[in-house]
Design a protein around this ligand. Structure first.
Ligand SMILES: Cc1cc2nc3c(=O)[nH]c(=O)nc-3n(C[C@H](O)[C@H](O)[C@H](O)COP(=O)(O)OP(=O)(O)OC[C@H]3O[C@@H](n4cnc5c(N)ncnc54)[C@H](O)[C@@H]3O)c2cc1C
Length: 398
């Protein structure tokens, strides 16, 4: 449907922003993505994709290209990094496909982003504009305008803030200050498979849980690469994103872990560092012709591996609501927010609990291990049905 006020403007060309542009275009709407960086790109690290993400890829017609670039782990494994004990192992291959209709996958962020970008580039209704940093916007009631750092102005029918954790759009419509600094720091690195010690070279998503720390590793690009994420507690940093980490501090925070973990940490000479933040869930993130999506709307800690999955679910839901409400963007955005908020709030809050369990010490660690040891695979699948089951995802996509 043609809108005389211009395209739907999307600020931010991360996974959420480009997924939204594609979903809107497929629903017949013109979309323009405004990205501050000089090129559209993602950081060089891995990302886990739950079965709910593959449900979204099917809606976007991207199952083939994403699947071609995805590794599919045989198991999801939790190890205790002080004792070396395997605490739990859940079959993640055929068992997950059968249970939820879609697989569990591991992909390089750059690969996922590229698939979404290529689909946007191929679609005549999407415009991708880089080197455009939004500083302010106005909702005129019947249209919106966006102002940029270098004095340009863009006009559109509506505005979607997909501008991430430090969202400028959110600041103006929700006004709830800065994100919450969790005190958890993530170091990320990617290793060629040849450098991974043979005992760790398994086709699994492996999480080593330790006191106030954990290490996650998994294969990427059909086993060519290994993705590493090391997380520890530190109050040394307040803010910061994508800078180099301090290897000495990392090693000190993982003191006492078994050699299998230590060897993995020792392999990396230079880590990229992230100060992990989230926010309290909010119920309202739309105002008039403006709404939020992805981390701008509901930033979460990464312990459920769902931030990008939720952003892509948002994209499909938003496009469906826009398509269903004609030119009435205000109603479409309220409907979208209503459909999404409890699911995303549950993910935000559950991620915090998972983080506390991964980093447990003393009796809490013993209790975690006893609970996970006694949990059957069936109980795991049932417990995650709200997140992964296709009926639940269908509801969440509106
Ligand atoms: C260590 C770690 C591991 C993770 N692992 C997983 C995982 O396994 N699975 C998963 O699903 N999620 C994971 N996540 C979460 C996931 O990375 C994020 O939730 C997701 O990338 C959010 O996408 P987004 O598009 O909403 O925001 P972003 O990726 O932050 O994109 C925002 C974009 O907006 C642009 N921008 C910002 N301000 C402006 C402006 N003023 N003008 C123009 N452009 C602007 C930015 O340059 C950026 O390109 C992880 C996160 C971390 C930190």
């Amino acid at each position: 449907m043609e809108d005389k006020q211009g395209p739907i403007l999307i600020v931010g060309g991360g996974i959420g922003g480009v997924a939204a542009a594609l979903a809107l275009a497929q629903a017949g709407r013109r979309a323009q993505v405004l990205e501050q960086a000089s090129e559209f790109k993602e950081v060089g690290a891995g990302i886990q994709l739950g079965p709910n993400a593959f449900h979204v890829f099917k809606q976007l017609g991207l199952t083939g290209p994403v699947t071609a670039l995805t590794s599919f782990p045989d198991d999801l494994v939790v190890m205790d990094s002080l004792s070396g004990e395997e605490v739990t192992r859940i079959a993640a291959g055929e068992a997950i496909r059968q249970r939820y209709g879609y697989p569990y996958g591991l992909i390089h962020r750059a690969d996922l982003h590229r698939v979404l970008l290529d689909a946007c580039r191929d679609h005549p209704l999407v415009t991708l504009s880089s080197s455009v940093r939004m500083t302010d916007f106005e909702d005129h009631g019947d249209r919106v305008s966006v102002h940029t750092e270098d004095g340009r102005q863009y006009a559109g029918a509506a505005l979607i803030g997909a501008d991430g954790l430090w969202s400028t759009v959110r600041d103006k419509i929700a006004g709830d200050g800065k994100p919450r600094v969790s005190g958890h720091i993530a170091y990320r690195a990617v290793l060629p498979i040849a450098e991974v010690p043979p005992e760790n070279r398994r086709n699994a998503m492996t999480l080593w849980a330790g006191p106030k720390n954990h290490l996650v590793h998994y294969p990427l690009r059909c086993g060519e690469l290994f993705n590493l994420v090391a997380v520890f507690h530190s109050d040394r940093y307040e803010e910061g994103w994508d800078t180099y980490g301090d290897t000495e501090e990392l090693l000190a925070r993982f003191k006492g872990v078994v050699p299998q973990v230590q060897q993995m940490l020792d392999k990396i000479e230079s880590w990229r560092m992230w100060v992990l933040c989230d926010r309290e869930p909010i119920k309202e993130w739309s105002k008039g012709r403006v709404t939020l999506l992805g981390d701008a709307a509901h930033p979460m800690l990464q312990y459920m591996a769902q931030g990008a999955c939720m952003a892509m679910e948002d994209a499909v839901c938003l496009a469906r609501k826009v398509a269903g409400h004609g030119q009435d963007y205000e109603s479409a955005f309220l409907d979208y927010q209503q459909t999404r908020y409890l699911r995303t709030a549950r993910t935000q809050l559950t991620a915090r609990l998972y983080g506390a369990a991964y980093h447990a010490a003393g009796a809490t660690r013993d209790l975690r291990n006893a609970y996970l040891r006694g949990r059957t695979a069936e109980q795991f699948y049932d417990g995650n049905a709200w997140l992964y089951h296709p009926d639940e995802v269908d509801k969440a996509l509106g």
